[in-house]
Write a new protein. Structure first.
Length: 243
């Protein structure tokens, strides 16, 4: 997976199947300037996710969303921008064909937040970039290992907590971004709690890009049309580019 190096990376997140027209929302995000998209694969126990993405996951499962259904729909937009699947270890480890099925559908990367670093080895040589997460609590030795073994980019978690919108960018974001960029050749993207154009611009000055999740899904769950969601992401894109 190759992310742009000539500008700050913008990666929105969308829960697969949360609403009926979710792939129309994906296309709107691409048109609004997304450099890559993280797509959540619904799982019944999303331990890292806060209330908004839990609600989106519940909505997807209630609608009867399945992994096969998400992969089929994703294949419709594959190739437009890099696509990164995000899910939990239970779905990954129980099916030997899981990573291959993601690749066949058009995914470029995979995030598994509850997969311990010590158990990642068997997934590092699949046809997907295994993206690792780093937190403010990670030791320097742990960050060295994450920087060495992650592929595509490193996902820097700005807070010790779950996903969700926040009023300000966490103070820990700057220190973590600095610790990672000092030791990592890959792009470092900041996520968790980035909700407004101003926050996104601030985060992008600290790292190579940002991930926007809960703020996207809050709008989708509240009934935003693809055009309205695209307008929101475009405001984020403009703020990041203006710096």
């Amino acid at each position: 997976m190759k992310l742009p190096a000539d500008h700050k990376v913008l990666m929105p997140y969308l829960t697969g199947g949360a609403v009926a027209d979710w792939t129309d929302h994906l296309r709107a995000l691409v048109d609004a300037g997304a450099d890559a998209i993280e797509i959540g694969l619904p799982f019944s126990d999303p331990t890292l996710d806060g209330a908004t993405i839990q609600e989106a996951t519940h909505a997807a499962l209630t609608r009867g969303t399945t992994l096969r259904g998400v992969l089929t729909r994703v294949s419709e937009i594959a190739g437009t921008v890099p696509l990164v699947a995000s899910t939990y270890a239970n779905l990954v480890v129980r099916d030997l064909a899981f990573c291959g099925n993601l690749r066949d559908a058009g995914f470029d990367g995979l995030i598994v937040p509850d997969l311990p670093l010590e158990e990642c080895a068997e997934f590092e040589h699949q046809d997907l970039d295994l993206v690792l997460l780093a937190s403010p609590a990670s030791t320097d030795e742990r960050l060295d290992e994450i920087a060495r073994r992650s592929r595509g980019f490193v996902y820097a978690v700005t807070v010790m907590g779950t996903t969700g919108e926040r009023e300000t960018l966490a103070d820990s974001a700057a220190a973590l971004a600095r610790r990672l960029t000092d030791r990592c050749d890959l792009p470092v993207l900041l996520g968790f709690g980035i909700s407004t154009p101003a926050q996104a611009a601030q985060a992008a000055q600290l790292a190579d890009g940002v991930v926007i999740g809960a703020a996207i899904m809050r709008r989708v769950l509240d009934g935003a049309t693809p055009a309205e969601l695209g307008a929101y992401l475009r405001s984020i894109r403009e703020a990041i580019d203006e710096g």
